[in-house]
Each structure stands twice: as C-alpha cells, then as structure tokens.
Write a protein that binds this ligand. Structure first.
Ligand SMILES: Cc1cc2nc3c(=O)[nH]c(=O)nc-3n(C[C@H](O)[C@H](O)[C@H](O)COP(=O)(O)OP(=O)(O)OC[C@H]3O[C@@H](n4cnc5c(N)ncnc54)[C@H](O)[C@@H]3O)c2cc1C
Length: 269
C-alpha cells in the first residue's frame, strides 16, 4: 500500500545523474590447501555495508590462530606426549605430598640413571641448558652443578626486586656457611651423581629435613658430603607455564630459619 503511494509520488521525479554505489563483484573460493590457509576476504567477498567483511576476517583469524597453536605449539596432555615417544624412558609420577621438595624427592627416588637433574616445569630455564650441567659432572670439574640465575641478564619480569635481594642475601650466607662460593642458592636447576644423592638421603635429618623446596636440602647435603659445588650461569626467562606457589615473605622466613639451623650444625658445633 505504502510503496504504491511512493511510486506514485516519485513517478513525477527526474533523475539528475546516473546511480553510483560500492558494488564490488562477489566471489567465493576455497582458501586452503595442503599446508596453507587464508582468512577473511581471501575466502569470499561479502556485502561491505553489513560489517560482515571485517567481523568475519577477525573471527576467522581467531579460529585460525587457535588451530595453528593446537597443531604447532606441541602443547598436549603430558600422558599423550609421553605415549607418543615410547623410545624415551619417560616416567610420570603424581606426588602425594606437597611442594617442590617433595616432588624432587619422588622423582629422584624413581630415577634410574647415574646423574640426577632438576628442570623446573615453569620453563624459566630452557632444557637446552642441561647438557652443560651433565658435562660439568662427567668432566670431573665439579660433583654438584648448581644453576645460577644471577649472572646473565634476566628477562624483564623474571625476578621481582625483593626476591632478588633475598637471593643475594642467601648467596652471601651460603658462601660463608659452606666455605664455597655460591651465587644463587634457590635456582631450580641442580645436578648431581645418584650415588652422592643416596648418601645425602641417608644424612638428610642432620639439617632438619624441613625444606619445602629441596634446594637447601641438596646444597647442605652436598656440602656435608664435601662435594665440590660449582655455579653454572643459566639464562632465566619469564615463566611461560603455571603460577608460582612461592610466598616470598612466608617462605623467605622459613628459609632463613633453615640457614640458622644449618649454621648451628656447621659453624657452631
Ligand atoms: C570500499 C569498501 C568499503 C568497505 N566497507 C566495509 C564495512 O563498512 N564493513 C565491513 O565489515 N567491511 C567493509 N569492507 C570489507 C572489508 O574491508 C574486508 O572484508 C576486510 O578488510 C577483509 O579483511 P582481510 O584481512 O581479509 O583483507 P584485506 O583487509 O583486504 O587485507 C589483505 C591485505 O593483503 C595484502 N596483500 C594482497 N596481496 C598481497 C600479496 N601478494 N603479498 C602481500 N600482501 C598482499 C593487501 O595489500 C592487504 O593489506 C569494505 C571494503 C571496501 C573495499
């Protein structure tokens, strides 16, 4: 009814010039093949006025980014990753206790090789650093390789200011206590011979056996066995996986108590 009226009203009108518009020829094509894929207008051309062009381009880019990440990042459940490599003697254990120290003790108890090493799962230290740790032991330059984060420059948010101060303090305290220079006591990356570790386990209660992280336990134990400890600089990166479980004041205080306990045993017997 209404359109009928409009047509009637316009029928007296006169076109001043020719119609123009944003007409873009449409197309639809397959934007992927083996090993490649494209997003957005590469697939099909839409009406620009409905905003579907830009919206689709962003949506498709998002989908594509997720798909590429799934396929190429290598991230997958640990059980799957281990099952994919039967040629490697990987073992997976779930700790029943708490804390990193407990996890290290569980892993070390099940390890079958001659050399035991720790690599933190937060990947602040790259696995590529580990061969140097083995080499230092097999070459006889040291009997305990201790990673040090405080030599090379770190990535920007890898260590907060007060953690850095605490680490420097423990470094000075341990150097004095153990009579061996130690730059960084709390670096997760540590390597030692298994037979030394077994001797360390037998003496564990000597230093109180209350270390939640396992670092001091290993360092005190190694020093008690008179092992030659050597600092190995590692590159410390921002953590890429998981959240820290360390509460710096609470755990810092606990670590300080451990140092005092050990000082009584070592320096003031
Ligand atoms: C006039 C006009 C108005 C529009 N208005 C709207 C609107 O209002 N709302 C809306 O949603 N959409 C609108 N669109 C559509 C929208 O712009 C597209 O859908 C959107 O930009 C598609 O994004 P894209 O990343 O797939 O492609 P593009 O944004 O076209 O990006 C492709 C890029 O690849 C580059 N490139 C091409 N070939 C090569 C090559 N061989 N090597 C290297 N680089 C290359 C190009 O230079 C370009 O930078 C309009 C389009 C036009 C033309």
């Amino acid at each position: 009814m209404r359109s009928g009226i409009r047509v009637k009203q316009l029928s007296h009108g006169r076109r001043e010039s020719r119609f123009t518009g944003g007409a873009i020829p449409g197309y639809f094509r397959r934007p992927y093949g083996p090993g490649w894929a494209l997003v957005g207008d590469a697939a099909y051309q839409k009406d620009p006025c409905t905003a579907s062009g830009i919206t689709d381009a962003f949506k498709a880019a998002d989908l594509m980014a997720d798909a590429i990440d799934d396929g190429l990042s290598g991230r997958q459940p640990i059980e799957q990753a281990i099952a994919a490599h039967p040629e490697r003697t990987c073992k997976l254990f779930k700790q029943t206790g708490k804390g990193k120290g407990d996890a290290v003790r569980l892993g070390f108890a099940h390890a079958t090789g001659d050399i035991l090493m720790i690599l933190d799962a937060d990947l602040t230290v790259a696995p590529e650093e580990l061969p140097r740790f083995v080499e230092i032991l097999t070459s006889g330059k040291a009997e305990f390789a201790n990673g040090s984060r405080l030599v090379y420059p770190m990535e920007s948010s890898a260590m907060r200011f007060f953690n850095l101060v605490g680490n420097k303090f423990f470094s000075i305290a341990f150097t004095w206590l153990l009579g061996q220079p130690l730059k960084d006591t709390l670096c997760g990356t540590k390597t030692m011979w298994r037979e030394d570790y077994e001797a360390l386990v037998a003496n564990r209660s000597y230093f109180g056996d209350f270390d939640p992280f396992g670092d001091f336990d290993l360092l005190f134990g190694a020093a008690k066995l008179n092992l030659k400890i050597l600092d190995l600089p590692i590159r410390y990166r921002d953590r890429t996986y998981g959240e820290t479980n360390i509460s710096r004041w609470k755990h810092g205080w606990l670590l300080l108590k451990m140092v005092i306990f050990a000082a009584r045993r070592i320096k003031f017997i």
